[in-house]
Design a protein around this ligand. Structure first.
Ligand code: HDE
Length: 703
């Protein structure tokens, strides 16, 4: 088996060339094209190494006769094709991934002996996969959903998989409920819909009967569930884990990833339209950023605390439906992750990567969180059927980059040639056979465990509403509004009234105002079911860290600005804009009515990146419309240009014009915050400031 060597750094990679130019092209009697390999090129072969002379025709009995069973070449090719797919992941099937590295800022020796967290000189290779949960492999990227955030660290001491999400809590407290949760959210089993959507009866039926999911529901209905980019979302390990130092002393830890580009999300109306205009929006965005040398980066922040601190919390640190507010235990930034290389092959890497929370290294350990405990079993188990056997760790993307050797043998898809007669331990026949290593080997942290075997939920897990309320109270006003609208959409889609009313009962316990708003939007005021909580919620001190917006400084970095050009536009202004935008680290796309491009005021043709019909403004973070009087007239009469501006305005984005054009008047845009004339003094500069601000929520029309 021959492996291709790793590809060049993304930024330097050449574009796909027209290979056919290098082949001798021959046509046969039937007219089909044969590309003959030159001596320097690889001949196409069967999987047995046999060179193939004709890759266009199967073997037939007579020129127009039936294909012969004897044709082993066509059978091998089609058989392989027939088996190209493997089962998709039961959850997180839709994903996008990249290679990169993790680098610690300093030493964390005080808390952990894990080597990758202790040496700032070491760059630990990583492979990170981001995913949606509910949708199938081909589903659209902008579904309202949790995003998976899984990172495989190929450390010098073995692989560590931090398999997290972009939301710091989870729906359920005990792994035994996971199949129920997932069955409720996925397509309904009789009808096969809805795809990648939680807005249906079975999901809300389950949720409304699971009060422990209320905190997570607040997050999933918030803008966090429709991120602008995978590069602009936070990541969380969720569960409490343990750090173990050289002396064996343990601390608790929660893992956080903070994106360098800041958090950014889209509006629901944009998400719906992006899914139609470009259903691979997130996958493409990640790929293009890395391919263009804009390497996404996250900082790793840890909340480290001891048992005494844990005992002081009102809630249980083993309960995955709870956060530890950063105001109580601040994040220590301990390193950064940079993703700088796209996969060479989507299937071999993104599809076949196998994450398991049970993949740990010395210096780390689990906690007794009953959700985590179930995960420690599930992931290894699922890989066995997904990847077809117990040797999936030998696939290049899964194999540790440090040496590994043991006495496990054989199994389906065994790739290594395991030599010698000794495959057991202890043994005295092979002095070189692998042995235990007491000094460096993994040691589980010693922790006191006692009690009778019981199937109960600890009472310390009982408060299902206080942190849901904390979240709602802590986010900004626009986020609260979007959350209420999301709930209205989701509950509005339900066929069963009783489920809707049950959910409203839960909302009343979370926040009265939220419940009233949603009830009013739905037109079911006063009908909410009365729910008696296991434990009455309390008001907690607000936590600004839970906000999506306003946490990082305004930036255009990593964003994309769409410039719509109408004929007779000012070339000078176009150039100045493009230069300024790009100097902020953003990308510019030139959009014209037709893909050939557009004429400037001097009659010079400028190339376009996208045609207007394929470039709705939902694909951009800010937009500009530049046109001379004739071009403006044309745009004003074009429904696609009208929609371009109407949407940019509705979605509260920065908008720049040359003058106050007819198009703006047609759409009814006069003077609004974030919408500006670029021709005056400082026009471009003002636009950049507006673009960095991002959204002008005061313009939002929806109630
Ligand atoms: Fe997963 N989860 N999960 N999960 N999960 C899987 O493993 C499971 C949970 C998460 O990009 C599966 O390889 C159980 C929490 C991510 O390949 C499966 C429970 C969190 C990914 C599985 C949970 C996650 C998965 C399906 C409840 C956030 C995608 C395919 C006890 C901390 C990883 C696979 C990738 C994937 C089981 C709950 C994150 C079936 C039983 C909580 C990011 O093993």
């Amino acid at each position: 088996m021959k492996h291709e060597k790793a590809s060049k750094p993304a930024a330097k990679r050449s574009k796909t060339s027209n290979r056919s130019a290098n082949f001798e092209v021959r046509k046969t009697k039937g007219g089909e094209t044969h590309q003959q390999a030159e001596p320097s090129q690889l001949p196409i072969t069967t999987n047995q190494g046999l060179q193939i002379a004709d890759n266009q025709n199967s073997l037939k009995a007579g020129e127009r006769g039936p294909t012969l069973l004897e044709d082993f070449i066509v059978r091998e090719k089609i058989t392989h094709f027939d088996h190209e797919r493997i089962p998709e992941r039961i959850v997180h099937a839709r994903g996008s991934a990249a290679h990169g590295y993790f680098q610690a800022y300093g030493s964390l020796k005080k808390y952990t002996k894990a080597a990758f967290l202790n040496d700032p000189k070491v760059k630990t290779p990583v492979f990170a996969r981001f995913s949606t949960v509910a949708g199938e492999r081909g589903s659209a990227d902008l579904a309202r959903d949790v995003r998976g955030f899984a990172v495989k660290f190929y450390t010098s001491e073995g692989n560590f998989d931090l398999v997290g999400n972009n939301i710091p809590v989870f729906f359920i407290q005990d792994a035994i409920k996971f199949p129920d949760l997932i069955h409720s959210v996925k397509i309904e089993p009789d009808r096969g819909f809805p795809q990648a959507a939680s807005a249906h009866d079975t999901f809300w039926d389950f949720i409304s009967l699971m009060p422990e999911s209320m905190h997570m529901i607040m997050w999933v209905m918030s803008d966090r569930a429709i991120p602008r980019s995978l590069r602009m979302m936070e990541g969380f390990g969720i569960h409490t884990f343990r750090l173990v130092n050289e002396a064996g002393k343990t601390h608790f830890v929660k893992w956080h990833w903070r994106p360098k580009l800041g958090n950014s999300s889209v509006l629901w109306d944009e998400a719906v339209k992006i899914n139609g205009a470009d259903s691979d929006f997130h996958r493409k965005d990640l790929w293009e950023a890395i391919d263009g040398g804009d390497f996404p980066e996250w900082e790793l922040g840890l909340q480290i605390f001891d048992q005494e601190t844990a005992d002081r919390f009102e809630f249980d640190v083993l309960d995955a439906t709870k956060i530890i507010p950063e105001e109580f235990v601040p994040l220590q930034m301990v390193g950064k992750m940079v993703l700088d290389r796209n996969p060479d092959n989507f299937f071999a890497e993104t599809e076949q990567v196998a994450f398991c929370p049970s993949h740990l290294v010395p210096g780390l350990d689990f906690s007794e969180d009953p959700l985590l405990q179930g995960r420690l079993f599930s992931y290894l188990d699922t890989q066995l059927s997904r990847l077809g056997g117990p040797n999936f760790h030998q696939l290049p993307v899964n194999a540790p980059k440090c040496p590994f050797h043991n006495l496990q043998r054989d199994g389906i898809h065994q790739m290594s040639l395991q030599k010698g007669r000794v495959s057991y331990e202890p043994n005295s026949l092979d002095a070189e056979a692998p042995r235990e290593s007491l000094d460096h080997g993994f040691q589980s942290a010693t922790r006191p465990v006692s009690g009778a075997t019981v199937r109960v939920r600890s009472e310390s897990f009982n408060d299902h509403y206080s942190q849901a309320r904390l979240f709602y109270k802590s986010i900004t006003a626009p986020e609260q509004k979007h959350l209420a609208n999301a709930l209205t959409f989701e509950l509005g889609k339900l066929e069963t009234e009783a489920i809707r009313l049950r959910m409203l009962g839960h909302l009343q316990l979370i926040d009265r105002e939220l419940a009233d708003t949603v009830s009013e939007h739905l037109g079911v005021e006063g009908k909410a079911e009365q729910i008696t909580p296991a434990k009455a919620p309390v008001d907690l001190e607000s936590s600004p860290a839970l906000r999506l917006y306003g946490k990082t400084k305004p930036t255009l970095e990593g964003r994309k600005v769409g410039i719509l050009l109408g004929s007779g536009f000012d070339d000078q202004l176009k150039r100045e804009l493009a230069t300024q935008i790009e100097s902020e680290g953003a990308k510019v796309a030139m959009i014209t009515e037709k893909i050939q491009g557009e004429m400037d005021a001097d009659g010079k043709l400028h190339a376009a990146d996208m045609a207007l019909r394929a470039a709705p403004s939902v694909l951009f973070d800010a937009v500009v419309i530049l046109a001379g009087p004739e071009g403006d007239k044309k745009l004003a009469a074009d429904p696609n240009a009208q929609a371009f501006l109407t949407d940019a305005r509705r979605h509260c984005k920065a908008v720049g014009f040359s003058g106050i054009p007819l198009l703006a008047k047609k759409v009814g845009v006069i003077e609004e915050p974030g919408i500006m004339d670029l021709t005056g003094k400082g026009g471009v500069k003002n636009f950049i400031v507006a673009g960095k601000t991002g959204r002008f929520w005061e313009r939002e029309e929806e109630k």
